[in-house]
Design a protein around this ligand. Structure first.
Ligand code: SAM
Length: 465
């Protein structure tokens, strides 16, 4: 089958792939179709062609799926934030459960899997507690507007066109954040555009305004505004902080992260506090977390609560157990488990996350958690006491095979595997198969309108005969 870039094809979408695209086959050749739904017949245009597969974008839907819906967001055709706003939430949940089941059976080789019904997100919009918008000195215009020959605005603030580092869609709102966040976005944009200072250009590395990062605590209704700039200009930013506070009293802190680094990363080399103490407080369950501009925190607080409750349930502690929390981040899972365990030992690579973990324990009066910073491939061997339960929550790439070996060596009776990637979870479980039985898996949706799915799995040690 000869398929070329820019070719138009008529395709029948057969299933949904992990990655969020529909899958069609043309004489056995795989075509991944952006915004195509299983059951649909579509006309699509190829935009990428590789040896084993092609990628295409839907131009016309001949027979729409009953799960197709009208996306409420006007930026959907261009923005990389949401891939699935055109799919009903019910169907999104079904596809996500399917990813978990399929990964475990195909990649994990695990038969008879008890996959629990997926836990939906409480909110399907306005659920994100953190957003990062970029400034650009050249707004990206949708093709239909570009064709009109309109002059290109020299200032924009919004999200990137997927796969680009310098194409920023000028936005008035993002529906994934709470509505006050959109007021802040608009206020900052109009102030910055009339400030006389230019937006940063990712190619020339000149310009002042770089990023606007917003954090929100739903539990406390507090906002943090972080203005990332290339220089410190208190004369420009202090009046903006006052203006923001007078319009939106729920703003608790405004900070300025200053960075001359060329990398497009919204973390400053220095931070100046413009208003408040430079933090906000959020809650996951009964626990309080003080969050600064650069601390790691789960981006859907309510979803994280559901996930951690499941971890507590699957760990089934009696109060006497020694628990290990591998890849513990800022210690949120350790904190959730602490009151049910005799001791929790958390291992984590990032030294700043470990500092935050210790601080979080102190603030929540938790005294039975210890944290070790460093690469788990090394730190795992520091553990001399046999754990009763080990919780693992690795990054998307899953566990390194040496860590799986180390875990098998520790041989805990129970392993609770928390995953943000069903494929790597299944691969890791395949390595543990002769030693552990997968008892049950709970998918949890924390990111509506994306293909991402979290899972919690309970694995039980197989007793030697
Ligand atoms: C998915 S996050 C888990 C966060 C935490 N459990 C939570 O719920 O907030 C994965 C964590 O693994 C850490 N990490 C990645 N590679 C690591 C390694 N080789 N050794 C130790 N920690 C690592 C990352 O820094 C990150 O904090």
């Amino acid at each position: 089958m000869v398929i070329k870039r820019n070719q138009e094809l008529v395709l029948n979408i057969e299933k949904m792939a992990f990655g969020g695209k529909g899958v069609a086959f043309l004489e056995g050749f795989v075509v991944f179709v952006e915004r195509g739904l299983p059951g649909e017949r579509v006309r699509a245009k190829v935009y990428k062609k590789k040896r084993d597969y092609a990628e295409a974008r839907v131009l016309e839907v001949f027979e729409p799926s009953p799960h197709r819906t009208e996306p409420p967001c006007r930026y959907v055709p261009y923005c990389g934030g949401c891939q699935w706003q055109h799919i009903s939430y019910k169907a999104q949940l079904e596809y996500k459960s399917g990813f978990v089941r399929e990964a475990l059976s195909h990649l994990g080789g695990i038969k008879e899997i008890a996959v629990e019904p997926i836990i939906p997100s409480e909110k399907t919009f306005g659920y994100r507690n953190k957003m990062e918008f970029s400034f650009s000195d050249r707004a990206w215009l949708p093709p239909e507007e570009f064709k009109k020959g309109l002059s290109i605005p020299s200032f924009s603030l919004g999200l990137h066109v997927p796969g680009t580092f310098n194409k920023v869609i000028d936005m008035e709102e993002c529906l994934l954040q709470a509505h006050e966040g959109n007021e802040i976005l608009r206020l900052v944009k109009s102030y910055a555009a009339s400030s006389g200072l230019p937006a940063y250009n990712q190619k020339t590395h000149e310009g002042f305004w770089r990023f606007l990062c917003l954090r929100h605590s739903h539990a406390r209704n507090e906002w943090m505004v972080n203005l990332v700039t290339s220089e410190e200009r208190e004369d420009v930013l202090a009046p903006l902080a006052q203006k923001l506070k007078s319009h939106i009293p729920a703003i608790r802190s405004v900070v300025n992260n200053i960075t001359r680094r060329r990398a497009g990363v919204a973390v400053g080399e220095r931070e100046a506090i413009l208003l408040g103490e430079g933090i906000i407080e959020d809650q996951i369950g009964p626990y309080l977390f003080r969050i600064s501009a650069n601390s790691f925190f789960q981006t859907n607080s309510k979803g994280a609560e559901r996930l951690y409750e499941k971890v507590v349930e699957y760990a089934a502690l009696s109060g006497k157990e020694m628990v290990m929390d591998l890849y513990c981040g800022t210690g949120t899972i350790s904190i959730f488990l602490a009151k049910w365990a005799s001791k929790v030992v958390g291992l984590e690579l990032s030294g700043t996350a470990i500092k935050d973990a210790r601080k979080n324990c102190k603030e929540n009066s938790i005294e039975n958690c210890e944290f070790i910073s460093g690469d788990i491939r090394e730190t795992l061997s520091f553990i001399k006491e046999a754990p009763d339960v080990v919780v693992v929550d690795p990054p998307r790439a899953g566990m390194h095979k040496d860590v799986v070996k180390g875990l098998l060596g520790l041989s805990p009776p129970i392993v609770v595997y928390v995953s943000c990637n069903p494929s790597t979870m299944a691969r890791d479980m395949a390595m543990m198969k002769g030693h552990y039985r997968l008892e049950k898996v709970q998918p949890v949706d924390m990111f509506p309108h994306t293909y991402h799915v979290e899972s919690v799995a309970r694995l039980v040690k197989i007793k030697a005969q």
